[in-house]
Design a binder for this molecule. Sequence first.
Ligand SMILES: Nc1ncnc2c1ncn2[C@@H]1O[C@H](COP(=O)(O)OP(=O)(O)OP(=O)(O)O)[C@@H](O)[C@H]1O
Length: 362
Amino acid sequence: MDSDHMECSEDERPPSPIKFSGTIKGKGKASKGFTSQIEDNLPWVEKYRPQTLVELVSHKEITSTVERFINEGRVPHLLFYGPPGTGKTSTILACARKLYGDDWRSMVMELNASDERGIDVVREQIKNYAGTRKMFSAGFKLIILDEADAMTQQAQNALRRVVEKYTKNVRFCIICNYVSKIIPALQSRCTRFRFSPIEQDQVKSRLDFIIQSEKVNITNDGISALLKLSGGDMRRALNVLQACHSAYDFINASVVYECTGNPEPTDVEYIVNTMSKDEFSLAYSNINKMRIEKGFALQDIVTELFKYFLNQHDFPAKSRVYFLDKLSQVELGTGSSEKFQLISLLGSYKIAIGMDGEDMVL
Ligand SMILES: Nc1ncnc2c1ncn2[C@@H]1O[C@H](COP(=O)(O)OP(=O)(O)OP(=O)(O)O)[C@@H](O)[C@H]1O
């Protein structure tokens, strides 16, 4: 069965002004016991990683299919793909717990395929691990191969033979963001499951639970901003929430935007205003000044403008299509000078609003 659910989308996030270190301290919890203190210091993504398939708030069709494989004792090699933070690793770890119970760690080997030591080391580890045969309740061991899309074609070809050779006593779960980077021969040996960005209401239900458990003081508009910025990436939602909670006693939308370094809706309005009303060089210096003062990456401005104009139905359709196209070109050009990109963005906007002629239907 092939459960394809979405296209992978690139997700390059800007550096956040308040960096999430993973060692954020709990607030006012010094009197707690040692175990609680360790728990308090855990990143929430780990503290609240679902332990069972039922606890996963999304992709129920995937979890129920995999659960059926486990119950029927017919687990195939698996290929989980999709954008970051959508529960691929959490799902396979929950499967491991279901398969092996409390002893799951001794039955599972987790490898990062992008490991700098290269495929030879990875292959050697797999061989050593897969080659040792034991009797287990499930009858096979599990090897989780994360970030498999970072492997070269050559390495993937080598892996193909390893998968074949040890199928008797090992199941592989290959995890990646971009399935197109996995060679067809490896794909065809696996049952593929596509993890789409998590629905907003599902992210919200998990956030609500954690907000209550951690007694986070957050407004509704703060939660909405979190949902909007996370774009279906649960890891990002939890990391930003924890970073905000550790830095502020009270969280609203502004705090969330400040924490992530993303432009607020009022900033976007300001940018659109100056682009529309001011002449080229003044608009350029206004946006540049704001960008430097507020520490925005140009890519974030581009992303926000893209979302803004996508829904700007008052804007003539022809101009809108032209500008959206130019925005995506600027986005693709990330890495070149931000100054030139901003000039190009502004120039495209001026051309777009100067466009006459018949309108198009979008
Ligand atoms: N469906 C879900 N239900 C509840 N929490 C989730 C879910 N998916 C993800 N999370 C939370 O987000 C964190 C990151 O998820 P996970 O590591 O499973 O993502 P991933 O898809 O493997 O990401 P990547 O591709 O970056 O490795 C988890 O630790 C968990 O806290």
